[in-house]
Design a protein around this ligand. Sequence first.
Ligand SMILES: Nc1ncnc2c1ncn2[C@@H]1O[C@H](COP(=O)(O)OP(=O)(O)O)[C@@H](O)[C@H]1O
Ligand SMILES: [Mg+2]
Length: 197
Amino acid sequence: MDDCVQRLRGIIDNLLDVTGLETGRLRFVHHDYDFGQVVRQAIERRSPMIQERGCRLVFDVPRTGVRGWGDAERLARAVDHLLDNAIKFTPAGGALGVRVRRLATGHFELCVVDSGPGVPAAALEQLFEPFVQGDGSPTRAHGGTGVGLAIVRGIARGHGGEVRCASPANETVAEVLFSGAGFYLVVPERASTPAGS
Ligand SMILES: Nc1ncnc2c1ncn2[C@@H]1O[C@H](COP(=O)(O)OP(=O)(O)O)[C@@H](O)[C@H]1O
Ligand SMILES: [Mg+2]
């Protein structure tokens, strides 16, 4: 019962988020934060789930010193969505990679990669639209409502940033090569859009 209620809450929260972001009504609350900490906490939240599925996670995320100004709570949700997808689409025994770095352009880059099947080229363009799923059929293998990536994009843009997908990723994180999907969230270290917009 608890589980059902939690899941329903999750779905409602996501629908509210995507509606708010798409209509531009969602308020961002910017403050000082450390992006490395935000991402490490997200990894901690998901590590039981990753272990349960027999997957392993490697990461290259600075413990401190990635200080920015933005809406850390919403950025955390964006990280959760990317991790959830990587977990969901990676078969048991697979691997996930997470990397954070500061680019010379003054942006933070989060890279989430996996060893799953990746995203078909034809689907790449539509992926970030609300309610779009690679397999939208009622018989599809994976659950979800198709709003996760739209939320990630809305949060990225709310900071003056962007999100993109590369598949196959062919990206090395912590000396492991990943050839599934790769998602890159790039935000300016100081959010370039005002809070509350
Ligand atoms: N890591 C991934 N590997 C493969 N496909 C992915 C991955 N992440 C997202 N996708 C594709 O993008 C679609 C949209 O993702 P999302 O917006 O999070 O919705 P949902 O997770 O509810 O399906 C997914 O249905 C899937 O087809
Ligand atoms: Mg999702």
